[in-house]
Design a protein around this ligand. Sequence first.
Ligand code: NDP
Length: 240
Amino acid sequence: MSQVAIVTGGTRGIGAAISRSLIDSGYTVAASYGGDHESAKAFHEATGAHTYQWDVADFEACVEGVAKIEKELGPVEALINNAGITRDGTLHKMTPDRWQEVIQTNLSSCFNMCHAVINGMRERGYGRIVNIGSINGQAGQYGQVNYAAAKSGIHGFTKALAQEGARSGITVNAIAPGYIETSMVAKVPERVLEKIVAGIPVGRLGQPEEIARAVEFLVSRDAGFITGSTLSVNGGQHMY
Ligand code: NDP
């Protein structure tokens, strides 16, 4: 039986590139998504990835989603917490709803999903968890107190869980992407994006596949001595 990997938000953008690369490495991939059925259907038809819809911000939905995947595909060996959203605005204009939505979707989702897979990984003595953080969780960003707090939280979460999992053969790492060409970045106004690109030493946006390759390495058996680390993949924009 091939190994099973869950990629949350795995049907579009960076997550889709991660799902594709894990399929190419021989994983059976369960790609979850939030609500964009059309993209999920197209992704399934193009790649054969198994797709599952639930809200990663909902603890019970994560428990049920993981149980369904394990029943249909087998034990989960790798979890990539990639699903994320932005709800930008300066603090004085940010509603509590926008704060909560981003914290729940981007950070509590890591708790929800890790909680659902960790006991199985502990029992089997092996697991790979990769959490997708952000350069803006490392450096902060104007108009993103919610997003920066959630992503910064992911980096602390990763280091703590890495310590808990180490003796059970479970590695937990984070990747902090810089600006990657996806629909999330397409929402940034063009003149702001021009300024951002001008500040990236390699002089361009990153591609989703460049994050996927880093994930592929961190989930490999060869990466067993790497845990609790945050790998920056940002074209040199922020050296942390
Ligand atoms: P996209 O907006 O392209 O895709 C986001 C994915 O997450 C979609 O599959 C979406 O599902 C899913 N998703 C969103 N909310 C939920 C939810 N509540 N429950 C389940 N799934 C959900 O994002 P990117 O590919 O650009 O970003 C992927 C990750 O990388 C995010 O965590 C983001 O914060 C991070 N990142 C991105 C950067 C960038 O430059 N793009 C930079 C740094 C970090 P659906 O398709 O159904 O909407």
